[in-house]
Design a protein around this ligand. Sequence first.
Ligand code: 2AM
Ligand code: CA
Length: 253
Amino acid sequence: MYTFLKELITEAGAMSLEYKRKLAGLTVSRKSVKDFVTEADVAVERFLVERIQKQYPDHAIFGEESGHHSGGDWRWVIDPIDGTGSFVHDQPFYSVSIGVELRGELMLGAVNNPAMGELFMAEKGNGATCNGRPIRVSQCDTLIDAMLATGFACVRDNLPQNNIKHVNHLLPRIRDIRRTGSAAMDLCYVACGRYDGYWELNLKPYDIAAGTLIVREAGGIVSDFSGGTAKLPGQIIAATPKLYPLLREVLNA
Ligand code: 2AM
Ligand code: CA
């Protein structure tokens, strides 16, 4: 299944890049005033669903664009283009994200960022890799040394719960903040030590499924703001083990 996933997401990434090259001619529609879906999102998801169903006819699938496809104990959680906003603006910060669960437990995760030539993968109990090389979270243990990432899914959805107050609390206490627009990529950057931590609100399962396993397998912690998992993906913190309690304290202040 690992090899199938690797080949599948590599092909899907290449397909998304082809669409990105002809961006100017691409049909872009709006799900809401700030939420876009392109021809590429739909085509990549269709490709993924067809290939998974052909290989594993009894597996369930949950995809951002096509919703739930029922099946047995295994479930593929897919985001054909995570970071559609970045994609539409011709930025490289987008990814194809695929998590695979067995009875609700994450077993495999893959995040492909084809514009930068990076494929992150993890298998439960077997560690995480970037382009085949093992990755680990950073050693960061203080807020003042921390490079954090976040996003604003809440703003795009016009939700009352807003991330600005957390940015206001954190920014004076840390080194700096980065923002790619792809939650899946942000999680992978925590996993390989480029970021020391990440938090966001109002995400969906397909934004974080693969990245969550990749962070955990790289030695990091992923939870909701209370330290459990019940509110994932509505709240998410991912960080190095030592930074995690410090970040959680500020987010709950
Ligand atoms: P997307 O680009 O696939 O929609 C950036 O803040 C993160 O939030 C991205 O992973 C983005 O995924 C996600 N996001 C933003 N608005 C969202 C929405 N309405 N539903 C689901 N995910 C959303
Ligand atoms: Ca997404």
